[in-house]
Design a protein around this ligand. Structure first.
Ligand code: ARG
Ligand code: ZN
Length: 875
């Protein structure tokens, strides 16, 4: 059942064209799949084995003649055809029957809210028809859809509409043709009754493109921002990467039941409606930013994913890492680059670092998998993006561009590999990237252990750098890597020291190229002991071990010219303090926050020259999970929570005036606008308000702010503060009830209400979550509801979920077992919330293991949940 990279073999047959006909009814949809095949030379007379999953076979024709049953064997999961025609070309016509209304896995063709839609990546197409369902089989698709006009006035598929018209008995049909050869995972079909928002775009070379976003009737106005983001993405990809769109229509459909964020099907993206719909009353600034980024991401896939696709699923990062890099750059160009970088690193450290140091660790390009759906991970996506970013850092912007241009030119129309990708950069620039390629092949977060000494008489600074990678499952011995470490030196007055006369390492600009296990780097002509700023802009996704004094960190927080690194210095200072505070809490001592940290934070929050978003990031302390990650072992989430609260109280007491002044002055006036600057002002307002609740502000004072909010950012932000700071208080419960009443018919907003409650840091939250599951607002059938309530509880509530008696783990196990029968992919994803269970203190660790064992004991687990459970338990 395990798939191995080294077993890759091209198919014996190529599929040239696919002609699909769908006769849509909810529980009995007939799919006729006519494929034209070509035998590759040397294939012999091997049988043809097509993939299937849960299919009901109806009929098979070979070269238009009904096939004798002796020539094939068929099951729901495969069709093997023997004695194929010996001619080079032949056709198959395969008829299957499927039931979209019963498809609870939301993979393949399913019906949600009266809308037929598909999700084929990674292996969903085989749930529609028998096929060579793998990304290196590229074919030209023509799709005919038939359905009752009343039920499905709208019939969509990939490419261009060729024909449409009426049929008898109130049915109609449409025929779509996609001229671009594509793998089956990019196929899409949507049918139903939806409203459309239209716009136009003219490409750089003057080709007109019709833009269409389909949403439920009445929600048209909420698609305006997505449309705007789409047009900006299209223009940006032309200007920044020279990539133009290649069809005459680009469609996006928003659906309310979707396993992930969105999907880049050729010319017909399908989105979770959470990432399309927005207006000020119902969407937060974060929602707007996510919509912009995901619209861009899926659009950018048209070149990095669709025009150039993956040879096999081991190459997933070829399209995902590169496309995430592109969407990050888009957001950085569109919004504030340093603010975006800080958010990226926070996210990477919160999700990818724990993954890379726990039982689910895997390389950016894995070598094995049991279930490919479990490899759409933070490592493949976010670390994959960081690897592309390092490539750009190492080569420099221009050389990077020339390599990427070569990639687009050389591999357009291909199903490519990571080796193909890297070879383009080698060929375009003459650089040997063999050591760099280790980033793709080896799991684990590298560690750089650094020491420095300054010799005043010799005016030299010596820096010792050692690289290592901790062992990960199945990989004990690690190779040396090429780590691009950006570094700066600051003199005691805060000026940056130019790095000249350096020996012991390759250096370009401020990038040190670490390639050996040990480097001793000597800087000559350094006048006074400098302060080191390491890993500027987070140039490499590594952990740095370097003893740096609090005053050095404060110095950097003040003088670094790299804004990201200023934040990093503050964050390091806070992390150190919070770790010490956790130790003090465990030892029964009182916790006090140092003046160094308080001064650094408060001078930043009041510094009007800094962007408000940065000031907000600066005063947002590392979260409980961040602190746990830095501590690493024997985690007691309650101690971390108590320590973080005590430190926050201290900061609030000292900073009351500063926070009050922010709260009084920072909010933008006038009508709500989702732009980055206003969003930053709101973020700063909410962080300051949060501190004030620890100094003076009682819950009663929050209720009127909540009630008078004219946008969802402030409204849900204040609700969150109220409910998390004063759980169970009358004010909190009143606000929750008012919010529920107002938004009871908008599930996406109710998801926020569910998530706020699921993340209350209180032992009573488990009971609350169970109670909410029984209300009409929850449905185990909808992935967004499951993620908002159960997912947020398990992944976003360290104290409430990690109860020492293990009851919340038992609860999760029970939910996973139940959910797995409906929707394995969502079940497996929610379960990964427990990926760091091994770093808990022994009592919780035992309870967590026991809960995982309960799941493992089930005999009928899906491959998805089986794979996660086995790896988490280390089997
Ligand atoms: N390719 C999609 C994207 O990155 C995500 C598809 C996720 N598929 C899956 N089986 N988990 O936008
Ligand atoms: Zn993607």
């Amino acid at each position: 059942q395990e798939v191995r990279l080294e077993d890759y073999k091209p198919t014996d047959f190529e599929i040239e064209t696919v002609d699909l006909t769908f006769r849509l009814t909810p529980s009995r949809t007939i799919v006729t799949n006519r494929i034209a095949l070509r035998r590759r030379s040397g294939g012999g007379n091997a049988p043809l084995i097509l993939d299937g999953d849960d299919l009901t076979f109806v009929d098979l024709k070979i070269d238009d003649r009904t096939a004798d049953s002796s020539r094939f064997s068929v099951s729901p999961s495969g069709l093997e055809i023997r004695d194929l025609p010996e001619t080079e070309f032949f056709t198959l016509e395969i008829v299957t029957e499927i039931a979209p209304a019963d498809n609870t896995k939301l993979m393949g063709l399913y019906r949600s809210n009266g809308i037929y839609c598909t999700q084929c990546e990674a292996e969903g197409f085989r749930r529609i028809t028998y096929f060579l369902d793998r990304p290196d089989v590229l074919a030209i698709y023509t799709t005919r859809i038939e359905a009752p006009i009343k039920e499905a006035p709208l019939l969509l598929s990939n490419g261009n509409l060729k024909e449409r018209g009426p049929l008898s008995e109130g049915w109609h049909y449409a025929i779509w043709h996609d001229p671009h050869p594509k793998p089956s995972y990019l196929f899409a079909l949507v049918a139903g009754d939806l409203a459309v928002v239209r716009d136009d775009f003219t490409t750089a070379s003057g080709k007109p493109v019709k833009l269409e976003i389909y949403v439920e009737h009445g929600k048209e106005a909420r698609a305006a921002y997505a449309m705007d983001a789409l047009k900006r993405s299209m223009r940006w990809d032309e200007e920044r990467f020279g990539r133009e769109y290649d069809l005459s229509v680009f469609m996006i459909v928003a659906v309310s039941d979707f396993n992930m964020g969105a999907m880049e099907n050729k010319g017909l993206n399908v989105f979770n409606d959470k990432y399309v719909l927005a207006d000020p009353e119902t969407a937060t600034d974060t929602d707007y930013a996510n919509i912009e980024a995901i619209i861009a991401h899926e659009y950018f896939h048209n070149w990095t994913g669709n025009r150039i696709t993956c040879r096999d699923w081991f190459q997933l990062c070829l399209k995902e890492g590169l496309t995430v890099y592109r969407d990050h750059e888009f957001s950085a160009d569109t919004r504030s680059r340093p603010v975006k970088r800080i958010a990226e690193v926070r996210l990477l450290k919160a999700h990818q670092f724990p993954e890379d140091s726990g039982p689910l660790a895997h390389p950016v390009r894995p070598k094995r998998y049991q279930e490919i759906n479990n490899f759409y991970t933070a490592t493949v996506y976010e670390k994959g993006s960081e690897v592309v970013r390092m490539l750009a850092t190492i080569l420099g912007a221009e050389a990077f561009k020339s390599g990427l241009d070569l990639y687009f030119e050389r591999h357009d129309g291909d199903a490519a590999t990571i080796e193909d990708f890297l070879t383009c950069f080698e060929d375009a620039t003459g650089t040997d990237l063999s050591q760099f390629s280790v980033w793709y092949h080896q799991a684990g977060t590298p560690v750089l252990t650094i020491g420095s000494r300054f010799d005043a008489s010799g005016r030299t600074l010596t820096v010792d750098i050692e690289q290592s990678v901790p062992p990960t499952p199945g990989e004990d011995r690690k190779k040396l890597m090429h780590i691009p470490l950006r570094m700066g030196l600051f003199d005691p007055d805060g000026g940056e020291i130019r790095m000249r006369d350096v020996s012991g390492i390759d250096i370009s600009g401020d990038v040190l190229h670490i390639t050996d296990r040990n480097h001793t780097v000597v800087f000559q002509n350094v006048q006074a002991r400098p302060t080191l700023s390491l890993n500027r802009s987070f140039s490499a996704p590594v952990n740095i071990r370097y003893e740096q004094s609090s005053s050095d960190l404060a110095h950097l927080a003040r003088y670094e010219t790299d804004t990201y690194s200023r934040w990093q210095a503050l964050n390091d200072l806070a992390t150190r303090e919070l770790i010490a505070a956790t130790g003090a809490t465990l030892g029964g001592e009182t916790v006090q926050c140092s003046n160094a940290l308080i001064d650094a934070l408060l001078s930043t929050v009041s510094d009007a020259r800094l962007e408000p978003a940065l000031r907000s990031q600066a005063i947002t302390l590392p979260g409980e999970a961040d602190i746990a990650r830095e501590i690493g072992t024997d985690i007691d989430p309650d101690a971390i929570f108590a320590a973080r609260s005590a430190v926050s109280d201290d900061i609030a007491r000292h900073g009351r005036d500063a926070f009050e002044s922010v709260v009084e002055n920072i909010l933008p006036g006038g009508r709500y606008s989702p732009d980055a600057e206003s969003a930053g002002q709101r973020a700063l307002y909410l962080s300051a308000l949060n501190y004030l609740t620890r100094a003076a502000l009682p819950p009663d004072a929050l209720l009127p702010i909540f009630r008078s909010a004219d946008n969802m950012t402030i409204m849900s932000g204040v609700l969150g503060i109220l409910v998390h700071r004063f759980p169970g208080s009358a004010g909190a419960e009143t606000a929750l009830a008012e919010f529920e009443l107002r938004f009871r018919d908008n599930p996406l907003v109710i998801d926020k209400w569910l998530a706020i409650q699921a993340t209350i840091p209180d032992p009573g939250t488990l009971e609350r979550v169970m109670r909410l599951m029984g209300t009409r607002h929850f449905s185990i059938e909808n992935p967004n509801r499951v993620r908002a309530l159960i997912g947020s509880f398990a992944a976003g509530n360290p104290t409430g979920f990690n109860l020492p008696d293990g009851t919340a783990y038992e609860f999760l196990a029970e939910q996973i077992i139940g959910l797995d029968k409906r929707n394995p992919q969502v079940a497996a994803r929610v379960l990964t919330a427990m990926r760091s269970w091994k770093s808990l203190e022994p009592i919780r660790r035992d309870k967590a293991r026991a809960a995982l064992a309960v799941i493992a004991q089930q005999s009928d687990l899906s491959p998805d949940v089986r794979d996660i459970t086995d790896r988490m338990l280390g089997q």
